[in-house]
Structure formats: C-alpha cells, structure tokens
Design a protein around this ligand. Structure first.
Ligand code: FRU
Length: 468
C-alpha cells in the first residue's frame, strides 16, 4: 500500500474497510462518530460499528470497536443506525442482519443497545428485536433498514429506509419509551428510485428536511409534515452530486450550539481496479454545517473549525501568469481554496485545476460554465493510470448577486467543492504524482472574472490511537 494516496486530515480508520457514518451524536463535550467497519479486510463484509470521537471535529481519537455482530444470536452484520440520548442513558438503534436461517424467518430486524460507560461499550437489549416487519401488517416492505430516531415533543419518531412495490420508501414510527414502536405511515415514497437507504430527518422550526440515499446521488426534500405523518414537500434538491464516486449515506447530529452537522462517506469505488491505494477503503467527508434556507434549499458549508488546519497562505497577488493560465502559490496535495468570481463579464467556461503535476499532464479540473449555470469536476486527466473512474461529476449552481464563491478542499484523493453553499460536489481521484501538486486558474478565471482568491496548504492531523 502506498502512503501517498492516503488522505492526511480526513477521518479514516488506520486500515480496512469503512462505509456509512453511524450514530453520530454530541455527548458530554465530544462529537462521536461510529461507522460501518470490516475489521478483517479492505472489502465490504462482517460489518461492525467502528468508533471515534473528537472535541473539535478536526482532531479525532480512535476508540475500540463499539458493536460486534452477535453470532450466537444468529446476527452476522450490524448495519447502519443512529444514537439518541433521553437524559438517562445513551442508546443506539441499528439494523441487525441475520444468517440465512434467521433471515428466512424474520428478515432484517431493528435492534437497540445502551451504554453505561460513556458510549464505549454497548449492551444489546435482551428483548431485541424492538421492531420487526410484523409492524407493517400486510405491507411487504423489502430492504428494510437504517433506523434514524429523533425526539419531537413528548414522543420519539423513527424513520427507516426500504423498498415498497419496486419503489424507494421511507417509513415512519412512533414510541413513548423507545422500546415499543407503532408504525404510522410512509413518510415518503420515491417512484424514481428502487430503494431508499439511510433516511435522515432534520427539523428547523416548522420545516423538515428529509435526506435519503437511493443507491447513488443523495437526495433531499424540504417541506412540512401532515397530521398523518406524510412529508408535504415544497422544495427538493441534491445533497451532493457525487454519489458512489464521492459522497454517500450521510448522517447528522445536533451539537451543543444547536448546529446541525452532516457527516458523509466518501467511498473508494472510483479507484476501480487501481490497487496502489489498497489496504483501506472509505474516508469520511469533512463535517458540514447544514441549514434550511428561506427558499427551502439546504445550505451546507464546511465547519469553521477546519480553519485550524491552515498552514502557508497565498493570495491573489501571488498568482503567477503561465501561458493561458495563472498558477497559485499553494504547492500541496492538501489544500483549501476560496475563489470568488463575478459572472457578469464571464461568458466562456473557466475554472480551477487542482492536484496538478508540474508538467500539467495530471490535474483535476473544477469547471464552471457560467452561461449554463453548470459546475463539473472533470476527472478525465486526474490520473495517468487508466484504471480509476474518470467520468465527470456534474451539477448546477445558483449565482448569488451575479457571483459565485467556490470553497474547495483537496486531500490527496479527495476533492470537495462547495458552490455558493447550496451546491456541493465531491469526487475521489487517484493522481499518481508523488511530489507536491499545484493549483491553476484557467479561462476567464485567469483573467477578469476572479475577484477574490485565497489558498492555504493544510496540515495533516495525527489521530490519537485507541488505548488497548
Ligand atoms: C448504505 C448501506 C446501508 C446499510 C449499510 C451496510 O451504504 O447499504 O443501507 O445499512 O450500508 O453496510
């Protein structure tokens, strides 16, 4: 395994496979992140819950594995879920996947566990499962999984993902004591997709955001909830345009400052047959602060705590002209960029190249098409190797007062782009260059449209190891 492919300031386990963030919760001064984890290899399998915590969303401490499949109870995987705290004891809910025999009898089940030692170890409830598909009466809900629970007034509400009559569905339940649950309704059915995974609900005043992962690009709806527990959407959008090649299965928490923080999994699927970065798989995206805007869009920005990583700064004055483009001062594979553009005079596409080798043969381009309101991460030249995925990640953006602000984070094999905070695009790329990489501005960006530019080389973070 070659270390120069390993991200330097994003959270990931030391080795092996990681997928969805699970059970994200702010508890007694720490942000806790659990995650789908295979301790035995860098491929998906034997799914446990890994665990880490952080006081500042930047420096993470690895903690011992939190959940093991209880083979003696016929359980083979602990799938995704959530954590809640009712003031008495912290509790997690997750989907228990059984062996062939148990599955044939009952299918997926929702289980719960509590912790008496500050979230380190978990005791599974003796009466698991707490929810079985019997709750649905005659409704045949398939792929039923990924519980997400929140408190609303006097009651607890839970959503789970699944498939119903070939369409993606999100079901909703309520409980007074977190143990006995009643099925209420389909919160949402999406006829455009076959399955909804990892549903999340965020409530801001009287508005709701429902986020779900339908096997590709993560979607959201915002609106109100009817008296019979159906979402009545008045806006919709895409959480991140990457899908499998950069962002999937987010989870969220509300912290002590009442901020909603969104976590997400950046899969390594895009590396395809490219084996140089083997030994691990999966990175957690940078935590994002999320809110519902007046127009019902989700606004997302990287948490301000990340400024702590900033090292050497270089600004607009330090851009050096070279041919048809300008080269920025930052020379690193771990950089943060903030670039602002005035779109009035910009007609032709322009953009920023990152992870650029000195000879320019490798680079990942973030291309803005001002006329079409489009933004793309162009990976066609991201790697000299033909093996990693090279399809573009494309989305749209909305100009704000005729301007576009791009906030970009690069960490060796990750690229995260925030465009005016309402469009996000992430990507995984696998540049072969071993030396430091450059940043360039091309097209109008190298000329008139650019009205602000800052770049920082970012310092890596050494994550604290779990005490054994
Ligand atoms: C999403 C997902 C979840 C499931 C978990 C299994 O990536 O498929 O629906 O709980 O991963 O690891």
């Amino acid at each position: 395994m070659q270390q120069h492919y390993r991200p330097t300031y994003h959270f990931m386990p030391e080795r092996n496979w990681m997928n969805d963030p699970n059970g994200t919760i702010f508890y007694e001064g720490h942000y806790h992140l659990f995650y789908q984890y295979n301790p035995y290899g860098d491929q998906w399998g034997t799914i446990h819950w890994g665990h880490a915590r952080s006081a500042d969303l930047v420096h993470w401490e690895h903690l011992p594995i939190a959940l093991y499949p209880s083979n003696e109870l016929g359980e083979v995987h602990c799938f995704s879920g959530c954590a809640v705290y009712d003031g008495a004891e912290p509790r997690i809910f997750y989907t228990s996947i059984g062996d062939g025999e148990r599955n044939a009898a009952t299918g997926a089940e929702q289980w719960t566990a509590t912790s008496a030692d500050g979230l380190l170890t978990w005791t599974k409830h003796p009466d698991n499962p707490v929810l079985t598909s019997d709750l649905h009466g005659g409704l045949d809900i398939r792929e039923w999984r990924d519980p997400f629970v929140w408190r609303q007034g006097q009651e607890w509400l839970m959503v789970t993902g699944g498939a119903y009559e070939g369409k993606g569905c999100v079901t909703i339940y309520k409980s007074a004591d977190l143990l006995r649950w009643t099925f209420l309704n389909f919160l949402h059915i999406d006829p455009e997709v076959a399955l909804c995974e990892c549903p999340l609900v965020y409530r801001q005043d009287d508005r709701y955001a429902l986020i779900y992962s339908p096997g590709g690009i993560v979607k959201y709806l915002t609106g109100t909830m009817s008296a019979d527990y159906r979402l009545v959407p008045d806006a919709q959008g895409i959480v991140d345009h990457a899908g499998w090649d950069g962002y999937y299965a987010p989870n969220l928490l509300i912290d002590d400052r009442n901020r909603c923080i969104l976590f997400g999994w950046m899969p390594d699927a895009a590396r395809g047959e490219f084996q140089d970065a083997a030994g691990w798989s999966g990175v957690q995206a940078l935590p994002r602060e999320m809110a519902i805007t007046a127009s019902g869009k989700l606004a997302m920005r990287p948490v301000p705590e990340l400024r702590e990583l900033r090292g050497r700064h270089s600004g607009q004055d330090e851009l050096v002209r070279e041919g048809g483009q300008r080269i920025a001062g930052a020379q690193s594979k771990a950089v943060e960029l903030i670039a602002e553009f005035d779109l009035a005079g910009a007609a032709a596409p322009f953009g920023i190249g990152v992870l650029r080798s000195e000879d320019g043969r490798e680079q990942t381009r973030i291309v803005v098409d001002p006329a079409a309101g489009g933004i793309t991460i162009d990976r066609s030249e991201s790697s000299l190797s033909p093996l990693p995925h090279k399809t573009p990640i494309a989305g749209g953006f909305e100009a704000e007062n005729g301007r576009l602000k791009l906030h970009i984070f690069v960490d060796r094999t990750t690229v995260e782009v925030f465009a005016n905070e309402t469009a996000c695009l992430s990507a995984r790329v696998y540049p072969m260059l071993e030396q430091d990489a450059g940043v360039s501005l091309f097209g109008e960006a190298g000329r008139g449209a650019l009205i602000g530019f800052d770049s920082w080389e970012l310092n890596g973070v050494q994550f604290k190891q779990a005490a054994q």
